[in-house]
Design a protein around this ligand. Structure first.
Ligand code: NAD
Length: 298
């Protein structure tokens, strides 16, 4: 039985995952190394709950119960002590994640399932630094977590049927749609999405069209709810770059090589919404209607 949940990392994804579990009645310990990240996460969750109350999808009481179910920690060992499931959503960096999983294996309860929300890092590799490879799994939520239905459930080489079933069943309890996939670079979602985003960036880099033009073609022509460049800003350009590097290294195929413009933008600190600027400027937060294309042709 999964009763208590701990989330590692309280950034874009961590706060959404904490929000979702808490909304469905799970006590959540939210852990980050930065106190300010934890404070910001609670503010974001509160704002997002206000939006749900305004829409009438939850009540004020649901909102306060959800917030009261989340406790924040900066100390990993204390934060995970009681957890039956730990979902790691820290920065997309392999060394950082391997180090976190070594600690999770050392300090988590013996039966606890260790899940990673990684977008692209091998679950098999992450599991290899633990002594419980059968209990390590990918639980890849989509952004924004409280809204998006998909959970890509990734089976590492050693992940057991029992762990997979528990995570599939749990995802259904969160009213998500879990899809089971195998552990190869980029899994399914990002193996298909990232080459499209990269190609959109190449199209901009080569001067074929401007930001709004590229996004408009994909929105109106392909019925995508937002263009690939705006989506990249939402995901985080640093996260997109990290995933492309994993695909490039993992398959050894030059078709996954990240566009030099993406590399330059990330190097310069232009990371999309989280840094206030990416392909668009976000003077007023993430409101899509108010964004102005930075690289507009006009
Ligand atoms: N952003 C997306 O759209 C998206 C979608 C699906 C999956 N993911 C994956 O989710 C994970 C998190 O991505 P994000 O966009 O939320 O990143 P983010 O940069 O917004 O947040 C990462 C958080 O992790 C914290 N952190 C770093 N090291 C830590 C440690 N040792 N212990 C605890 N906390 C630590 C940071 O302080 C930060 O608050 C990544 O693996 C990413 O690939 C991201």
């Amino acid at each position: 039985m999964i009763k208590n949940v701990a989330i590692i990392g309280s950034g874009t994804m961590g706060n959404g995952i904490a929000h979702t579990f808490a909304q469905f009645g799970y006590p959540v310990n939210l852990i980050d190394i930065h106190t300010d990240a934890l404070e910001k996460a609670i503010q974001t969750i509160s704002k997002n709950l206000d939006r749900q109350v305004a829409k009438g999808t939850i009540t004020e009481l649901n909102k306060s119960n959800t917030l009261n179910s989340i406790t924040t920690f900066t100390d990993l060992q204390t934060g995970i002590a009681e957890a039956d499931l730990i979902v790691e959503a820290a920065t997309e960096n392999i060394d950082l994640k391997l180090n976190i999983f070594k600690n999770l294996d050392a300090f988590a309860k013996p039966g606890a399932i260790l899940a990673s929300n990684t977008s692209s890092i091998s679950i098999t590799k992450i599991a290899s630094v633990t002594n419980r490879g059968d209990q390590v799994i990918g639980m890849h939520f989509m952004n924004p977590v409280p809204v998006m239905k998909l959970v890509e459930v990734i089976r590492g080489y050693a992940t057991s049927d029992d762990t997979t079933k528990k995570v599939m069943d749990l995802s259904l309890k969160l009213e998500k749609a879990p899809v089971e996939v195998n552990d190869y670079p980029g899994f399914v979602a990002n193996r298909i999405l990232m080459p499209m985003i990269n190609e959109a960036i190449y199209t901009l880099y080569e001067g074929v069209a401007g930001v709004t033009e590229i996004d408009t073609v994909m929105k109106l022509g392909m019925a995508h709810p937002m263009g690939p460049l705006q989506l990249a800003d939402f995901i985080g350009l640093d996260v997109c770059l990290a995933i492309l590097n994993v695909l490039h290294t993992g398959f050894g195929n030059p078709k996954y090589a990240p566009c030099p413009l993406l590399v330059n933008m990330v190097t310069a600190g232009s990371k999309g919404i989280k840094s206030g600027e990416g392909f668009y400027n976000y003077a007023d937060g993430a409101k899509a209607a108010k964004v102005a294309a930075k690289f507009s042709k006009s």
